[in-house]
Write a protein that binds this ligand. Structure first.
Ligand SMILES: *Cc1c(COP(=O)(O)O)cnc(C)c1O
Length: 381
């Protein structure tokens, strides 16, 4: 049996919606499917204002511009994340400051955020790893105490909650991804959630997204013509992509339900190995979190064991992968002056972690094959 790491799930409505866009003849951005997905996300997740973007990477870039980051500013984030989190900050000339993670969730450690605050700190970017929420209440308290912005990298956190509030709605700004590898997809795609309506973030965001123009106001019929009003770029996704996303959002609950089944199956069958010590730890959802079951990871005692498990799974046709090469010890991180020892838990975790295949339409036979293969591999470890 061949088990890929990831596989697309189609809700069935994609073709119909794409055809509709083509027939309407409006394939550029901000058409009717963009409006559908925007209001769906706003209503469903209780977000004040959503702006659809071409990716989470672009959503993070917009957020970095929105809070006015400039050279000399520092932004605290985990090293255990995707490069986009740090790039967004660096593109504005600001500096990413990497903090340590918490062992139980692999999310940023609030205490270490506070350790790393200086007079240059402007913002915090918590990353919700595996669709499991960071300790947002503590992080927001720190942000209030030091007057910092919070941008949530909720790329993996769509349709998940921390303490009964959706991820992406805690901070001033939240960033979502609809990349093909995430739970709800448009191929490439993302969104910015603007949660702070007391400032001018909303108005600024519309302008940055629309090439520095007030075109959004024009589309709403609020002004007669639009013009260049500030610096901006183009983060507007094609309505074709938003049609695909709308089809996916049709199945929002089903996708989560199916992923929970896989999560539970893996968890039940692998728990004995955690008890016996063969697996050091595996993904665990804390009580205060409602996850979207984005991914399933195992952590072993050593890099050697982890690599051996990956290789033996591969020999059996199963694709399992390592995840998040820490940013601080990467080539770029070292250019920023970091050494691998700076964040030992991050460094060590990344060396010992493996992600198991997980996709919405994974069949019971496929899950069973992964478990049976692991049973054999673990017996011989
Ligand atoms: C996937 C991911 C991104 C990038 O998302 P894109 O939509 O592909 O740009 C950023 N941050 C994290 C934590 C991610 O997992």
């Amino acid at each position: 049996m061949k088990i890929p790491f990831n596989k697309m799930f189609y809700s069935g409505q994609e073709m119909e919606y794409i055809k509709d866009v083509l027939e309407k003849g409006q394939i550029s951005g901000d058409g009717c499917y963009t409006r559908y997905v925007t209001s769906f996300l706003e209503n469903r997740f209780n977000i004040k204002k959503v702006l659809m973007t071409t990716s989470a990477t672009h959503a993070l870039e917009m957020a970095a511009m929105l809070i006015g980051l400039k050279p000399g500013d520092e932004v605290i984030m985990p090293s255990f994340t995707f490069p986009s989190t740090a790039n967004a900050v660096m593109l504005q000339g600001a500096k990413p400051v990497f903090a340590e993670i918490t062992e139980s969730t692999l999310n940023i450690e609030p205490k270490d955020i506070e350790n790393k605050i200086t007079h240059k700190t402007k913002a915090i970017i918590p990353v919700h790893y595996a669709g499991i929420g960071c300790e947002m209440d503590k992080i927001m308290d720190i942000a209030r105490k030091y007057n910092l912005y919070v941008i949530e990298d909720a790329a993996q956190g769509v349709n998940a909650k921390y303490k009964n509030k959706f991820l992406g709605t805690w901070g001033h700004i939240g960033c979502y991804s609809f990349h093909a590898t995430k739970n709800y997809v448009s191929g490439e795609g993302g969104a910015v959630a603007i949660n702070d309506l007391n400032s001018d973030l909303m108005e600024k965001a519309e302008i940055i997204r629309q090439k520095g123009t007030n075109r959004s106001q024009f589309i709403r019929g609020e002004i007669d013509c639009y013009s260049w009003v500030n610096i901006g770029s183009n983060y507007v996704p094609s309505d074709l992509l938003m049609a695909v996303l709308y089809a996916q959002l049709d199945q929002l609950d089903y996708i989560k339900f199916k992923r929970k089944l896989i999560y539970d199956y893996y968890w039940q069958h692998l728990a004995p190995y955690v008890k016996s010590g063969i697996i050091k730890r595996m993904v665990t959802i804390p009580q205060e979190c409602d996850s979207n079951y984005h991914l399933f990871y195992l952590i072993f005692e050593s890099e050697k064991i982890r690599d051996k498990v990956i290789k033996q799974l591969k020999d059996k046709g199963i694709c399992a992968v390592i995840h998040f090469m820490p940013l601080h010890s990467s080539k770029m991180g070292q250019k920023l002056g970091y050494c691998p020892e700076a964040l030992p838990l991050t460094e060590n975790t990344s060396k010992c972690l493996v992600r198991l295949p997980m996709y919405t339409n994974m069949s019971e036979q496929e899950m069973d094959y992964v478990i049976k293969s692991l049973n054999i591999i673990f017996k011989e470890l």
